[in-house]
Write a protein that binds this ligand. Sequence first.
Ligand code: FA5
Ligand code: MG
Length: 381
Amino acid sequence: RFPIVSAVDIGGVTVARNDVVRDDDPTNNVPDSIFSKLGIQLHRRDKHPIGIIKNAIYDYFESNYAKKFETFEDLSPIVTTKQNFDDVLVPADHVSRSLNDTYYVDSQTVLRCHTSAHQAELLRDGHRRFLVTGDVYRRDSIDSTHYPVFHQMEGFCVFSPEDWNESGKDSTLYAAEDLKKCLEGLARHLFGAVEMRWVDTYFPFTEPSFELEIYFKEDWLEVLGCGVTEQKILKQSGLENNVAWAFGLGLERLAMVLFDIPDIRLFWSDDERFTSQFGKGELGVKFKPFSKYPPCYKDISFWISESFTENNFCEVVRGIAGDLVEEVKLIDSFTNKKGMTSHCYRIVFRSMERSLTDEEVNDLQSKVRDEVQRKLNVELR
Ligand code: FA5
Ligand code: MG
């Protein structure tokens, strides 16, 4: 299904497949389907929804801030665990560090799981206000708003005492208010009137921390995380007398709201019926679905073992069905008297581009059954 290429170009640097996908290294969990996404950089295509929204966000910052935000969009997505985790204070035992959540190239190198991986480095290099856009990678669940490769834009802004002193507010409150005002303004710039709400949350690198949700297709959709930067991060760059805010935008999520795109897989489609609907700088477009092909539902039940995880299961399904899988959902779970736990998952197969035949779907499902059994140490029921 995935053309196996031997090398990709990441910002002018050639990276060999064998450097990223290593069958001999137990800490390597990067499949070919993920390797093949490296270097594509949808955010640098001016006629692609991700590129269009990036440019619209740049416009917002240019027209609303006298002091310029520097932009970076070509930093390599292959980073060290220090950059991705330690530099932003992610605790040693945090789940995001696990092989279950993150793609590891080797024990000390990962595909960045967020653009926050570049914060500390850019601060150390003397940058004080910047936007970093890039592709990020995560092992995750499968549905219309989650994809293992997506795009984020990091924003970072450092303030000096003179900025908050005249406001009469303490520095943290000043930064938190400025941050919320900035992002609410961005949402209005992109969407006009839209229903949104702030939710308190936790990130290791900010305090306080917030997420912004937007009402979309009858549900709340989380579009970004943000907060006031932990003082320890600023101190690493000699900025102990400053305060800063930071945010990480989910560009697919914002583009889904802006263009009314119903499924995150569409961003990777090269079907002309999708790509031809978007033009450089065109923000007013509403996506017209070319057709909704029928879904096909297949259930699979098995006794799990202790090592079972949903992300591993989703990766097996995705490895076989690629973008023909629309959703994977746990629909039943129980534990019997012997203490064995059974899971039943419903897999929704649907192509964005054509009708699938029964034969094709049966074949996919049978491959899923074989591979789940072979790779995940479960007992099919
Ligand atoms: C982060 O990644 C933080 N680094 C954001 C941040 C930056 C917080 C700076 C504070 C300061 P989170 O894991 O919530 O946070 O992801 C940010 C956004 O990415 C989400 O709100 C969502 O819009 C998007 N996102 C997350 N996972 C996926 C996925 N699998 N597919 C598509 N978009 C996703
Ligand atoms: Mg989140």
